[in-house]
Design a protein around this ligand. Structure first.
Ligand SMILES: Cc1cc2nc3c(=O)[nH]c(=O)nc-3n(C[C@H](O)[C@H](O)[C@H](O)COP(=O)(O)OP(=O)(O)OC[C@H]3O[C@@H](n4cnc5c(N)ncnc54)[C@H](O)[C@@H]3O)c2cc1C
Length: 432
């Protein structure tokens, strides 16, 4: 069988938001970048699709947001926690400064395809999709590339540095012998499915397109609902960990009726469209923080380094920000000819406090969503109404929307070329 062999500066494993943002930044800095992605097209199911203002701002700075939006997406004004006809809590994004005064529900494929279109003009870019990484190349005890299985046979990519951006079940992380650091803090599973809305732009049962991301409280099992591009309703039913087995064991009719009780406004659509268990996907929800994010010749980013529960829609924000924070660390390491663990660990030092802060915030959000009892249910809406007019409300909202707001794309991005790769400016610049 044919053997594909490539040499590059940076080998990124995983063409998700973390991997492709990093690829574009490194290309702009003059590095040669090869991205190895196991899927053939960016149409995988179940990728998170709600963008927070923080991710939007950075994608805009990169010049990809407008093109991604032009492919289609829905704006949402608020997160709302609802019980019956009462709003228990809400995060109103309209209070944030324009233009990022909303959430954006956008298929990840739209963002990833746009990022890819921006990477392709660089001569130093190589996109190896349909290749699943299954091994690390090691030289003198350090990571020096990857091996993958592809449609044309085995493939080897030798690189000065490998970036594991291959998501929550990262193969690269396991191959490097780095523990995932999984915790069951969330202790829930999510049943995830889409309904055809029966109207344009994901129109809700009331007619118009809903502009809220809503969490319906029904007993101990909140249900997330939002309009998903182009005309779907995305539903995520939160269940106690392992709880679905008992419900599913009682048959599809029972599952359907439980769902209808959880989100009554969508009962007719659920009864009409949920025809078999295949229409539903049970997702394992957990959070984790890898034991360490760097090794000699290797660094982990995005979900591969730290995985989050879906609460508060933080994963893409964090993945994009990781790439932006890693970028100057990596350009500096390549320029110095030192991609050892000690140097790359600067990324973890800079980023770990932000990640810890988001995890703490998600724990609070989870408690607010899940806490039961008459007191919590009666007092919380009143408290929320009072808090809404205080600086604290805006501060918390800003924190959810941006995480660490000081993260900016490094100014040196376009001048770093000579240092990253002294002889290669002409070969890595975008083709005219
Ligand atoms: C149900 C659910 C809903 C979510 N909703 C949201 C949301 O609304 N908003 C939000 O911000 N976040 C959400 N998230 C989280 C978000 O999707 C992730 O945090 C984000 O996609 C992480 O980006 P990443 O680039 O690190 O990893 P991924 O997006 O997971 O990308 C990893 C890539 O690596 C590839 N890959 C994996 N293994 C290999 C291999 N061996 N070889 C080659 N390629 C490989 C994969 O195919 C994939 O393309 C949600 C997550 C889940 C599970």
């Amino acid at each position: 069988m044919a053997q594909e062999e490539y040499d590059t500066d940076v080998c990124v494993v995983g063409g998700g938001p973390a991997g492709l943002v990093l690829a574009l930044l490194m290309l702009r800095s003059g590095a040669r970048v090869t991205v190895v992605e196991r899927t053939r097209a960016h149409h995988r199911e179940f990728r998170g699709e709600i963008l927070q203002p923080g991710a939007m701002a950075l994608l805009d700075e990169l010049g990809v947001l407008a093109g991604a939006r032009a492919r289609g997406g829905h704006e949402h004004d608020r997160f709302r926690l609802v019980e019956g006809d009462r709003v228990l809590l809400e995060a109103d994004y309209r209070l944030l400064p324009a233009p990022y005064d909303h959430l954006l529900s956008i298929p990840q494929a739209h963002v990833l395809d746009e990022l890819l279109d921006h990477c392709r003009p660089f001569a130093g870019f190589r996109w190896l999709d349909g290749r699943r990484v299954g091994g690390l190349v090691r030289r003198e005890g350090r990571v020096a590339g990857v091996t993958a299985a592809g449609p044309a046979g085995p493939c080897t990519v030798r690189a000065r540095v490998v970036v594991g951006a291959d998501g929550r079940y990262s193969r690269v992380r396991r191959l490097a012998g780095i523990g995932a650091g999984r915790t069951e803090a969330f202790d829930h599973d999510v049943l995830w499915f889409k309904l055809a809305a029966g109207g344009p732009a994901g129109g809700g049962p009331g007619g118009g397109p809903p502009r809220d991301v809503r969490v319906f409280r029904a007993g101990g099992s909140p249900v997330l609902v939002y309009a998903s591009w182009p005309d779907r309703i995305q539903i995520g039913w939160t269940l106690p960990h392992q709880g679905y087995r008992e419900i599913a064991g009682r048959g599809l009719d029972h599952v359907r009726e439980q769902l209808c009780r959880a989100v009554p406004p969508y009962a007719p659509l659920i009864r009409e469209q949920i025809r078999s268990q295949r229409d539903l996907s049970l997702l394992d929800v957990f959070s984790s923080r890898a034991e360490r994010w760097a090794d000699d010749g290797l660094v982990l980013i995005g979900d591969a380094a730290h995985t989050h529960s879906p609460i508060g829609a933080q994963g893409i924000n964090l993945a994009v920000q990781d790439a932006v924070v890693l970028h100057p660390v990596l350009t500096g390491a390549l320029a110095a000819g030192d991609t050892g663990a000690a140097r790359l660990a600067a990324f973890e030092e800079r980023r770990a406090p932000d990640i810890a802060a988001v995890m703490r915030l998600q724990t609070l959000q989870s408690k607010a969503m899940l806490s039961q009892g008459a007191l919590a249910t009666r007092v919380r809406p009143r408290l929320a109404r009072v808090l809404r007019h205080t600086p604290l409300y805006r501060k918390v909202l800003h924190r959810i929307a941006y995480g660490n707001p000081s993260i900016r794309i490094s100014d040196g991005a376009d001048q770093a070329d000579e240092r990253v790769n002294p002889c290669r400016r002409s070969s890595t610049a975008p083709r005219p």
